[in-house]
Write a protein that binds this ligand. Structure first.
Ligand code: ATP
Ligand code: MG
Length: 319
């Protein structure tokens, strides 16, 4: 496979704050690999460390340790910058510029020639449905319109890698669908898109792969269809009360055994262990009352991690 478009190695960020020089680990050894042509979702609760990681990638913040590479080069290589587009979490807008002037300003930063800038501006305003607001000053834009012109800005240089920190934030369902279409168009053109979000349905709709960050650590990553499919945590089998040899053999397969009045509850790790257990129970002539897989969705995992973060303090782990 070709060189990853984004690669981080044990990226760590410790913020030191206040007079007491309190230390917080916002990123705790992040390893990421994003490949060419992928749409990659970066998810995690508020304060998980997504923006910190993105800012380090974009050279707007420094890692305490670890390394990052973009497009096969060290991430701070100036040549990389020209091929990357970026939408910050809280973009700054020069509000007296019109939408077209704003995009033109960014086009100049990339030293694009005037005819190319004009063409890109037309294309991008069309893509984010702001043709009608072309000559409107940004101070008259709604939040959703600003977000969309921000996305257009990230694409002015026709980048190979697009990094978007919460591109769907503040958008209504129409706006979200439009940004999803823009991202799909980028993928179709062979670009790589890396974006952070809390909106799992958007991840489901457009991402190839996803990484979930919780309290500065990667807790899940993989293909969306694998991660969004509910996973079996364990299987619970309820049978007549087990005794003697049957109990012993079931116990050998189980992760937990519990007796409840006239029944026994046997918990096994997965489907194949459940099959083996059922076979031995039926052979022993034991009546089985219920077989129940207990599943967990990515959404549940997300909520559980967000709760754990809230309980433990949102500012990451104490160093
Ligand atoms: N400049 C800073 N100084 C000290 N702590 C910071 C700084 N920036 C971020 N943090 C802390 O680091 C942690 C991670 O913040 P970050 O902004 O990376 O989270 P996030 O995943 O982007 O969250 P959100 O979903 O709310 O945007 C938070 O606990 C935050 O308070
Ligand atoms: Mg953020």
């Amino acid at each position: 496979m070709s060189e990853p478009v984004i690669r981080t190695e044990r990226l760590r960020k410790v913020y030191v704050t206040g007079l007491l020089r309190k230390r917080y680990v916002a990123l705790d050894g992040l390893d990421l690999e994003v490949h060419r042509g992928e749409v990659f979702g970066f998810i995690g609760h508020n304060g998980a460390g997504k923006t910190t990681a993105i800012k380090i990638l974009m050279g707007l913040n420094f890692a305490t340790s670890g390394r990052a590479f973009l497009l096969g080069r060290p991430h701070d290589d100036p040549e990389v910058k020209a091929r990357v587009g970026f939408l910050p979490e809280r973009p700054y807008f020069y509000e007296y510029l019109t939408a077209a002037e704003f995009l033109d300003f960014y086009g100049r930063l990339f030293k694009l020639p005037a005819p190319l800038r004009r063409r890109r501006i037309d294309e991008l305003l069309r893509a984010v449905d702001l043709e009608g607001a072309r000559d409107t000053q940004l101070r008259r834009f709604s939040k959703g319109m600003l977000q969309r012109v921000g996305v257009a800005q990230a694409l002015i240089n026709d980048p190979d890698l697009v990094v978007l920190d919460e591109p769907m934030s503040g958008l209504d369902p129409m706006g979200r669908s439009l940004i999803r279409d823009v991202i799909a168009g980028l993928k179709a053109a062979g670009k790589t898109v890396f974006f952070s979000t809390h909106i799992l349905s958007d991840v489901e709709a457009i991402c190839d792969r996803v990484a979930m960050l919780a309290r500065g650590r990667l807790i899940e990553s993989g293909r969306v269809e694998d991660l969004l499919a509910p996973r079996t945590r364990y299987v619970e089998v309820q049978a007549d009360r087990l005794e003697g040899a049957a109990l012993e053999r079931a116990g050998a397969l189980a992760t937990a055994v519990e007796h409840r009045a006239a029944r026994t509850l046997v918990r096994v790790a997965d489907g194949s262990a459940a099959q083996a257990l059922l076979r031995l129970l039926l052979e022993a002539g034991v009546t089985v009352h219920e077989v129940a897989p207990r599943r967990e969705t990515l959404e549940e995992l997300f909520v559980a991690e967000a709760r754990a973060a809230a309980a433990g303090g949102r500012t990451g782990r104490a160093a």
